[in-house]
Design a protein around this ligand. Structure first.
Ligand code: AMP
Length: 249
């Protein structure tokens, strides 16, 4: 069983994001980039399926600028077998990514696609759901548990107020939540080995997909600065301020 893992290159989660002076987006020049944290969890899960003998091959795929190749190398160092880079300098919207992934699915015929539930840059939380809809496949979003047996994926989803257990008929698309697993760090020998693993280079044109943006960004601005807090002397003082100054009680 082949498993496809789409991964996105994003600003490293530890970097303080700065808005560009012209408000057209966020500053990416000389900024440390990394694999989207939810995609790391997706790669980890796919590699565990391979180690358990359930998956025969793990293919990582990334759409974006040429440097996304570094992100693919990280996935290969974690244990993916090969990579596919769909190179594009266009800012790719979730629908464009989903169409590109659909084309890759049609070429590779995986039985399972494991995505992150959300990319921490755009916070879109759309790509997996759109891909499942375009393919007409079963989908399980925000999974915190995955078991494969008898042609089905049994998943536990984190929903408002509890957990939902679903059985998805394969082939299926799942998107992973934080509690599914703890991704491994790639060891030095595996980083060296990953350099020799193949990465196929494609373009949206090769896949026959139009990735022209459908949305227009009007303005990107910093969130308002938080006002400094104050210390109150007593509970009575606090209640008085909540009632008479903040007027929230
Ligand atoms: P989003 O819908 O943008 O929040 O992203 C959700 C998930 O879709 C990510 O965690 C990735 O698994 C996948 N994804 C999004 N953008 C890309 C991309 N450019 N290349 C590959 N996978 C992507």
């Amino acid at each position: 069983m082949k498993v496809l893992v789409p991964i996105k290159r994003v600003i490293d989660a530890n970097v303080k994001v700065r808005v560009k002076a012209d408000k057209s987006g966020v500053e990416l020049t000389n900024v440390k980039m990394a694999m989207n944290p939810f995609c790391e969890i997706a790669v980890e899960q796919a590699v565990r399926l391979k180690e358990a003998g359930t998956a025969s091959e793990v293919i990582a795929v990334s759409a974006g600028v040429a440097q996304s190749q570094e992100t693919l190398r990280t996935a290969l160092a974690m244990g993916a077998d090969r990579g596919i880079l769909i190179q594009s300098d266009v800012a790719l919207e979730p629908l464009a990514v989903a169409k590109l992934l659909k084309a890759v699915v049609e070429r590779e015929s995986p039985e399972l696609v494991i995505l992150g539930k959300q990319a921490i840059d755009g916070d879109n939380n759309q790509t997996g759901q759109m891909l499942a809809a375009l393919l007409g496949w079963a989908q399980g979003a925000f999974i915190s548990k995955l078991e494969l047996a008898d042609g089905a994926a049994k998943v536990t989803r984190e929903v408002d107020g509890g957990l939902e257990n679903l059985s998805l008929k394969l082939p299926a698309v799942v998107t992973v939540d934080l509690r599914l697993n703890e991704p491994r760090y790639a060891s030095l020998p595996n980083i060296m080995k990953a350099k020799k693993k193949p990465i196929e280079q494609l373009t949206p044109e090769d896949l026959g997909v139009d990735v022209a943006p459908r949305l227009e960004v009007l303005e990107v601005v910093e969130p308002p600065a938080r006002k400094a807090g104050i210390k109150v002397e007593s509970v009575a003082d606090l209640l008085d301020k909540l009632k008479n100054e903040a007027k929230v009680i």
